[in-house]
Design a protein around this ligand. Structure first.
Ligand SMILES: Cc1cc2nc3c(=O)[nH]c(=O)nc-3n(C[C@H](O)[C@H](O)[C@H](O)COP(=O)(O)OP(=O)(O)OC[C@H]3O[C@@H](n4cnc5c(N)ncnc54)[C@H](O)[C@@H]3O)c2cc1C
Length: 493
């Protein structure tokens, strides 16, 4: 085995995937995770027979997950069962309109036609916009660091580029394709998948609804945390050293080359290569002196992606009347995002997402009951989120659900927990609980995220949602592949 040592700061999905890819190539790998469990935001909470995923609830691009297993000489289907969801989600609007979003084409076109017959054409054109963006980005943005795009870009591929809309505003592109206010609100929601506002994002994010429609929304049987458990089994086989409660307080360097890390308890771990899986914006403080980097967040609030407020409810009644994914839209999306982004406060009338994975998978609940993951967008501020704030936010969330006809669960709740932006920020060491690092609003922010290889320090690399290509589980796995390739290129010689 190679004596060259890599220390990975953070045991999130990107850190785990990179550790396995590098260990499979013969590197001596140590993963330092500050928290008490691995997986980062892909986390789990088990209580009284209820098994909650506390982070991601929907995965897309399933082949990206399969690619990781292939890189490890294995097959995803030998370890995990991925389930494609039908329908993807049920939507409820403030005016009482309700329908399901399905990838069954005749069914979905029937729904679109009923909402506004002109939008059938708009839907196809919007999907075409997304598909062209996907064609251009799949071998560039999503597979390589920006510096390497030009070599990879087939000039013929650029003819796919939808120049007319791509550099415009996302919401305006949606409004140009859909007349129905319901479909506009539905498609305006997709930038929130990367913690951004539809009113401030570039139209290039139209690739997100295309990917979901074309390739489906997926669930991992047993809960998404099964992926983390499986990766940990590989880590054992590949002899990766996995440290919990091991917060890296300092990155050491000598003459511009990294030499190791120092943990908060003073332990020193020498390294030839360091990979930051925690939020990239914390690195300057870790290099400077390592003192109190958690308190002084260098990323200003205006640059952060959104956070979220998540309620986890284990309810005792089985509820066949609800769907695996449901969205209850606010009455006025523009106002909701103005409150989130301009006033930087939790919305008065939040859009509420309810994920009930137990509708598709009874293995995660006791005999009876449902798991409800209830989430609303929240700004990534540094505020306190005291008991009063949580109570008021819960009242607004529950009011929205009641208005949408969601069953009254107040007397059915057996176990519950809440993740505020503050808790997200302190558990995963990310500024203000910004789930996706910097936001993707504006061309530069969407495309030129912090690079995977540090520009100044030799041997320092980045992986995960706060670096290129961005957040979301498949994109983070792509980040791990890009970073591993860069380490292979620059550190092996
Ligand atoms: C509520 C919620 C819902 C989501 N829903 C979805 C979804 O439906 N679909 C989807 O694809 N994605 C979703 N995501 C996003 C997805 O979870 C993330 O993009 C992805 O898991 C991030 O992986 P990562 O590699 O960036 O690591 P992270 O999960 O950010 O983990 C980084 C780890 O590094 C550790 N760390 C940081 N600094 C240090 C240090 N100094 N020393 C030691 N350790 C350190 C942290 O403790 C953390 O565990 C959701 C996230 C949340 C929170």
């Amino acid at each position: 085995m190679s004596q060259r040592r890599v220390v990975i700061i953070g045991g999130g999905l990107g850190g785990l995937a990179t550790s396995l890819r590098l260990a499979a190539q013969g590197w001596n790998v140590t993963v330092c995770e500050a928290g008490g469990s691995f997986g980062g935001k892909m986390n789990r909470w088990c209580e009284r027979g209820f098994r909650f995923d506390t982070g991601p609830s929907l995965v897309t691009m399933p082949w990206v997950f399969a690619e990781l297993f292939e890189a490890l000489g294995s097959r995803l289907e030998d370890h995990l069962e991925l389930m494609r969801l039908h329908p993807i989600a049920a939507y409820s609007y403030d005016d009482g309109t309700q329908f399901v979003h399905t990838t069954n084409m005749p069914e979905w076109l029937g729904t679109v036609r009923q909402l506004d017959r002109r939008d059938v054409d708009g839907f196809f054109r919007f999907m075409e916009l997304g598909s062209r963006l996907y064609e251009v980005s799949k071998d560039t943005f999503l597979r390589r660091r920006p510096l390497d795009w030009m070599n990879a870009t087939n000039p013929a591929g650029l003819t796919q580029m939808p120049w007319r809309y791509a550099w415009g505003n996302y919401h305006k592109a949606v409004a140009a394709h859909f007349s129905s206010p319901h479909l506009q609100q539905l498609f305006d929601r997709y930038p929130t998948y990367v913690g951004s506002s539809p009113y401030k994002s570039p139209a290039t994010l139209a690739v997100i609804p295309f990917i979901e429609y074309a390739f489906g929304g997926w669930y991992i049987k047993g809960g998404l945390y099964r992926l983390v458990e499986t990766l940990l089994e590989f880590a054992g086989q590949l002899r990766v050293t996995m440290l919990l409660k091991a917060e890296v307080a300092r990155i050491e360097q000598d003459g511009g080359r990294v030499t190791g890390v120092q943990l908060a308890d003073g332990t020193r771990l020498p390294a030839d290569v360091i990979v930051m899986n925690g939020d990239a914006s914390n690195v300057p403080a870790l290099i400077a002196n390592g003192n109190g980097h958690l308190k002084a967040h260098p990323m200003p609030p205006a640059e952060r992606s959104m956070s979220g407020l998540v309620f986890l409810f284990g309810v005792k009644r089985t509820m066949p009347e609800i769907h695996h994914h449901q969205v209850f839209f606010s009455a006025d999306y523009g106002r909701e995002f103005a409150q989130l982004w301009d006033e930087r406060r939790f919305p008065e009338d939040p859009t509420v997402y309810v994920n009930a994975p137990s509708r598709s998978d009874r293995s995660i609940v006791p005999d009876e009951g449902e798991i409800l993951f209830v989430m609303a967008n929240a700004p990534a501020n540094d505020g306190e989120w005291n008991e009063g704030d949580i109570r008021e936010a819960r009242r607004r969330v529950m009011a929205r659900l009641r208005r949408g006809g969601f069953p009254d669960i107040e007397n059915e709740i057996v176990v519950s927990d809440v993740w505020t932006p503050r808790r997200l920020g302190s558990r995963y060491l990310m500024p203000g609980g910004a789930i996706y690092g910097t936001h993707s609003q504006g061309w530069r922010k969407a495309f030129l995220r912090p690079p995977n290889k540090d520009r100044k320090y030799q041997g320092l690399y980045y992986v995960g949602g706060s670096t290129h290509p961005g957040g979301g589980t498949p994109i983070v796995l792509r980040s791990a592949q890009i970073t591993t390739e860069l380490i292979g290129r620059y550190e092996r010689a």
